[in-house]
Design a protein around this ligand. Sequence first.
Ligand code: PFF
Length: 404
Amino acid sequence: MEQKSIQREEWNNKLGFILAAVGSAVGLGNLWGFAYSSSEGGGAAFVILYIFVVLIVCIPIFVAEFALGRNTNVSAYLAPIKAAGNNWAPLGWLFIIAPIAIASYYAVVMSWTGEVFLLSLFDGLPKNASESANFFKSISTGNHVFIGQLFSLGLGSYIVSGGIKKGIEKLNLICMPILFLILFLLVIWAAFLGKAGEGYSNLLLNFDIKQLTNPTNISLAFSQAFFSLSLGIGVMITYASYLNKKSNLPKQAIQISFLDTLVGLMAGLITFPIIYTFNMSSSISESTIGTLFTTIPTGLGQYGLVGRLMAVLFFGLAYIAAITSMVSLLEVPVSTLIDKFNLKRKYASIYSFLLIFVIGIPSVKSISFLDNLDSIARTLLIGGGFLVAFLMGSVLPRSIRNRT
Ligand code: PFF
């Protein structure tokens, strides 16, 4: 079995690791998925279920993934094999397939995000519901989407080719404080919108106890929590493989989950006041990702120059959130190529970039393909997370007991 722990890089310090993990977790999923899921899942009932899933299910899985990565010190593909033998190779494969699949469509959604950012800055935004449909079509169809997809993947691969300390850690050290600052400014601005109170009460106070046992809501909470925390996919295993042995894993898992949930809630505190103030609530549930690219630009488009400025901030924030998630997805295949084939990081980044670009072509061409891939990937994440928990909680302790 390959083992390449000799010259393995390490994070500069604890903060670098935590920021990188928060950077992976906080992404487009927090900005689009949280508002969408809570509007679909009965507002407060969804938020309660979400927090319950994070506390009871996700944090233990986080610790299991961290422990697997830190103790094996290899990429996510090799980690289950190194820990529990070749029978666990399929889990390694899952950790290669899932991040590549997600990165392939995530780059496409990043392309739309970048385009809305540029349109808010230089051109203008839709002003009513009928303009909004054309707006979404114009940013999401046509060959120009390839430019954004290539740019996003290229930027991510370039950063990853810089390595753990000089690439990923440095990016997050710069981007995370900026992200929290913009988020904070937007939450305050949104609090002064005309129907902010109505927005908050729909997000947090609209509570129906029956919704807590609704299977659709439970599955929404699981899928949103795993996706948002980047669990079950090999990303956290890979990041933890660059940790030294001294780190306090449960504490870090709690800190990362707390910050990610906080960002999801803060995003809701921005999007819900916009949606209710500009009477866009009927269009939230039309599509999963549509919310971010139709409802928000159209709401802000009705608010003149200030609205455009806020859109620049919001979509700038979204792009920053997305690039720090994209590098974490790319690091999984890159570290695997380095470990398994002894490739230089630069070439591993170029090959991963090319592969993901090609796999992303159908998502550029078809939104329904993208949507389906997203649903499949979210299911894989939940499966992957539970398998890591089973491996670390049951299989390993038993084999260690048998050995002693
Ligand atoms: N957590 C990211 C988000 O919420 O947008 C998406 C993501 C990144 C999912 C990395 C999975 C992953 F491994």
